[in-house]
Design a protein around this ligand. Structure first.
Ligand code: GAL
Ligand code: MG
Length: 961
């Protein structure tokens, strides 16, 4: 058990290997080999064994520690050519990860076994190889084992070797471990362990260490003297301790990821170098003081996201370039923290987090969800718990990015956790540890294995009540919140308003980064397999190309399964951002704007460590009726963290303001001034805005022109519409609506099949009054439409709907109609440009936006309500070839959606590829629209984003353009 270090000079064994899939570990090997790409699970490489998705249940019934009899076993073989020059050296085989049991053989000789599907196994193969000749290397991976019961995470089950395989060589005398302690005060300590492959250490060895820009470290003389004493009775003290005090140290934080290079060398008695290891040191201190988690003394907000290892083609195997792309995306959308849910990630990810600046909760590979209670106290799993926690800590201890250790996920709480926590607390007193299962036994309990209260999906009321209770003794950071399944992440702004305003609340980790949709050919679905790597061309903008789809649970014929519950991320399977990411980006904005009573603008630096010099900005003045004007902005670049300053809005824009133009908004568009490690220069960071002038009330209408024409049922006939405006109270259920119960409620009320009954038509001069009734299970909705022809040839529609007592919590109250075909572009004044909803609209600034109709729609994996825009004041639908189209002006900012799909089309489809876009636009204008909430796993939307019974009034006018 020791720290794994990817060594320079190692030989990669990645590439095509010979492969056989056997029905079980005891089945005899056949004669036929196929080829398999390593690393890469066999379940995504057309081998006959399929990916299986279950949330918490085990995919088979056997009790722990038993595996099922049917146990796919992959035999991987290739030649191993060890260079002749490695003769006499210590030769190590490293398998990055294999799930779930790995057996290694060299030249027919067993060299060891390994477990833990997310940590490397290392085997000393010095005595099994023949340097200069070829030996057969065989890695047999057994898919199911006792370990599967503690790897029961909510994700696809795969089988195979999922991380790189390599061999490296060292001197028999080598650096076995280097442990760096680098607190923010600059007092560096490096503890080194030296081991010799053949046991005893030769006399006269020496260790040196050099810190870039600082110099050689000094030997801890006191310790060296003590060692010399001890060595008289024992010659196995292969330890060295070195020290340095770094004056004026540049500290590491997620905002300022300052790293120093450290080189540790082991010298033979003659002074020559036997072994070298390189490290990057970040000086930082993590501490819990009272109920605050402090990084370098600062109470930092944890703006986190949970991330699984995922790839739509390989299932689980990710390259360093892909990990970098993930983390860059995470940084660009305002996150400063990642929980490595639910296992240690590839070491490359930790290097990247150090470099790009992300706080990590490093989580051990322990989740026994289905059998949590039995396993937590089962001594047969004790060694596995401590082994998994300790190996993670030993591997990752030198990463400044790791600020918290996690004992695992959803495994109840038992003696096995306390054993692992006991070891960890003693071994690494420099970091706190967390475990949700322990914390939930009592948020105010000091005696459990969690230094942090880290609940999942707790409601705002619960967490704020705890913070106000006077009983809080630990920081509260949600390990999971705001479940991103489908069209979701409602009330994120409410979360952050509460967190920023409440001492004791410090943030959380959104669940989760990825939608785990595997690319699958649509021909022969049951036999369908994900394409191997190289199929990258088969998707774009979040959508799988013609002939493919994003598969979720059950799509491979996998039973049992948990359907689309694995599609719950902030990015599509191809890493295309979902609209919710923009919401998060704005809530995490490094600078904030507010309006002072005297009308001036106040700017606050909301960061913890940085000033504003890395940012640049421009002002945008958006006027409803007079377009957008821009002017350069001068940011106070030296403004320290937490400070605020008055900012003069640009006179060249403000001078234009009194000239009219309706409602007016001033937006600060903030971008990166230079290249950041995670974003090129000019990347948008946030767009805070303030309203300068309210929207004037619309003038009373004057009727002019002939009254509207209606059909026999009293439905409007209009040359721009192919389907007349009628009342709508329903939406295609989102995942939150389905799993949280709202969809059932609407079905019980009959809102999904609302039918209009004509009541009466009255003419009043040029005005036409149409009354309709819409029966529901709890009474009839009375609906009135008043049509008034306008002087410009347009039409004003004033509507009233009376929802009877009992008709509460509808999806929407509004109008739906369909336009003539050929309108493919939308321009609007309102929030945007991305999708926004009443409880998820902080990230969509008000302004003039313009988007192709096809791109307004968000292609959530399981089709559902999508494409809405909040706060729309007016919009046009235009034909891009012929020009012309229609314009709609709304009485007030309203929720509007324009798509090519009726709500019923969306609700009937199970995958995006089943949707057939209509040539017309389906337009919804809502007087009110229910919030999204996060009820697929966690709290529903807040009461203020729900719809009550009573009278709704809204109006809109339709014009030709
Ligand atoms: C949590 C769990 C995650 C995931 C999530 C729902 O309970 O820790 O692994 O299952 O719920 O998507
Ligand atoms: Mg689980």
């Amino acid at each position: 058990m020791h720290a794994v270090d990817r060594r320079p000079g190692s030989l990669s064994l990645d590439g095509p290997w010979r492969f056989q899939l056997l029905p079980g570990p005891e089945a005899p090997l056949g004669d036929t080999w196929t080829r398999l790409e390593v690393p890469g699970p066999w379940t995504t490489q057309d081998t006959g064994d399929i990916p299986r998705y279950t949330n918490w249940r085990m995919p088979w019934p056997e009790y722990p520690p038993h595996p099922p009899a049917d146990n796919p076993t992959g035999v991987h073989e290739r030649e191993l050519h060890i260079p002749a020059a490695w003769a006499g050296r210590r030769i190590v085989l490293q398998v990055g990860a294999a799930e779930s049991v790995l057996l290694a053989e060299v030249g027919g000789r067993p060299v060891g076994i390994g477990k833990d599907s997310h940590l490397a196994s290392e085997f000393d193969i010095s005595h099994a190889v023949r340097p200069g000749a070829a030996d057969t290397l065989r890695l047999t991976v057994v898919k199911w084992s006792d370990a599967s019961h503690i790897e029961d995470q909510d994700q696809w089950w795969h089988g195979g070797i999922t991380r790189p395989v390599l061999v490296y060589a060292t001197d028999p005398l080598h650096l076995a471990d280097v442990r760096v302690t680098a607190p923010a005060d600059g007092r560096l300590r490096v503890d080194v362990q030296v081991r010799s492959a053949d046991g005893a250490l030769p006399a006269g060895w020496r260790v040196s260490a050099h810190l870039d820009g600082v110099g050689e470290l000094a030997v801890d003389e006191e310790y060296a003297a003590w060692c010399a004493e001890e060595a008289r009775v024992s010659d196995f003290l292969g330890e060295a301790r070195l020290r340095a005090a770094v004056p004026g140290v540049r500290t590491w934080s997620a905002e300022t990821p300052e790293l120093y290079g450290l080189t540790v060398r082991l010298h033979r008695p003659d002074g020559s170098t036997a072994d070298t290891s390189h490290h990057r040191v970040g000086f930082r201190t993590v501490a819990i003081v009272g109920r605050d988690l402090l990084v370098n003394g600062e109470r930092v907000f944890i703006r986190g996201v949970n991330r699984h290892d995922f790839h739509p083609l390989t299932g689980r195997t990710v390259t360093p370039a892909e990990m970098r792309a993930d983390l860059e995306t995470i940084k660009r959308y305002g996150f400063n923290a990642v929980r490595t849910s639910h296992y240690p990630n590839d070491p490359a990810l930790l290097d990247l987090a150090d470099e790009l600046g992300l706080y990590l909760v490093d989580e051990a590979d322990i989740e026994s969800h289905d059998h949590a209670h039995e396993i937590a106290d089962d001594p047969r799993y004790l060694a596995a718990f401590t082994d998994r926690v300790a190996r993670m800590v030993l591997r990752d201890k030198n990463h400044p990015s790791v600020i918290i250790w996690s004992l695992g996920n959803e495994s109840d709480y038992g003696a096995n956790h306390d054993a692992a926590a006991g070891w960890l607390r003693r071994y690494d007193p420099t970091r706190p540890l967390q475990y949700e299962g322990a914390a939930k036994t009592g948020w105010a309990r000091a005696d459990v294995a969690s230094d942090i209260v880290c609940p999942m999906y707790a409601s705002l009321d619960e967490i704020t009540a705890h913070a106000a209770s006077g009983e809080q003794i630990k920081p509260l950071i949600l390990c999971e919140y705001s479940h991103a399944m489908g069209n979701s992440n409602g009330i994120l702004a409410d979360h952050w308003a509460a967190i920023e305003a409440t001492p004791g609340l410090q943030g959380g980790f959104i669940w989760e980064f990825w939608d785990h949709g595997l690319l699958q050919r649509t021909t022969g679905r049951t036999a369908g397999r994900p394409a191997g790597r190289g199929g990258e061309g088969a998707y774009a903008h979040g959508v799988a190309a013609e002939g493919y789809r994003w598969a979720y649970g059950g799509d491979f014929g996998d039973t049992p399964n948990d359907g689309a519950f694995c599609a719950d991320g902030l990015v599509f399977p191809d890493r295309t951002p979902k609209p919710a990411l923009y919401e998060h980006r704005e809530l995490a904005a490094p600078l904030r704007l507010s309006r002072e009573p005297d009308g001036s603008v106040r700017l606050t630096n909301a960061q913890h460590f940085r000033d504003l010099s890395w940012l640049t900005a421009e002002w945008l003045l958006s006027l409803e009726d007079a377009g957008t004007r821009t002017a350069p902005a001068a940011l106070p670049s030296a403004l320290p963290p937490g400070a605020s300053a008055r900012l003069a809005p640009p006179p060249e824009l403000m001078d234009r303001l009194p000239a009219g133009g309706g409602e007016a908004w001033l937006t600060l568009r903030v971008t990166t001034r230079g290249d950041e490690p995670w974003a090129p220069r000019g990347t948008e960071v946030c767009t805070p805005q303030i309203r300068l002038r309210e929207r004037p009330a619309p003038p009373p209408p004057t009727a002019s022109g002939p009254a509207v024409s209606l059909d026999a049922d009293g439905l409007l006939r209009h040359p721009l519409l192919t389907s007349p405006p009628v009342l709508s109270l329903w939406r295609a259920p989102t995942d939150n609506d389905l799993l949280g119960g709202a969809a059932d409620h609407w079905r019980a009320l009959g809102l999904d099949r609302l039918e209009r009954k004509p009541r009466s038509v009255d003419r009043d001069g040029a005005r036409t009054l149409v009354r309709s009734a819409y029966p529901t299970a709890v009474g009839t909705v009375e609906h009135l439409q008043v049509f008034t022809p306008l002087p410009d040839g347009g039409l004003l529609v004033e509507e009233t709907a009376d929802l009877p007592e009992g008709l509460t919590d509808a999806a929407r109250v509004g109008t739906v109609f369909e336009t003539v075909p050929g309108l493919d572009h939308m321009e609007w004044y309102g929030q945007g440009p991305w999708e926004t909803y009443p409880d998820r609209c902080a990230g969509g600034p008000v302004g003039h936006h313009s988007v192709r109709v096809d791109r307004l729609f968000t292609p959530y994996l399981r089709p559902q309500e999508s494409g809405g825009r909040h706060g729309v004041r007016s919009f046009s639908l235009l034909s891009s070839d012929a020009g012309g189209g229609l314009a709609v002006r709304l009485d007030a900012p309203r929720q509007v959606s324009v798509t090519r799909h009726r709500a019923a089309d969306l609700a009937a489809a199970t995958h995006h590829d089943e949707l057939v876009p209509r040539p017309r636009c389906v337009v919804h204008l809502d007087a009110a629209h229910r919030g999204l909430g996060t009820a697929s796993c966690g709290p529903d939307t807040l009461p203020r984003y729900r719809l009550g019974a009573g009278t709704y009034r809204w109006s809109w006018s339709l014009h030709r353009r």
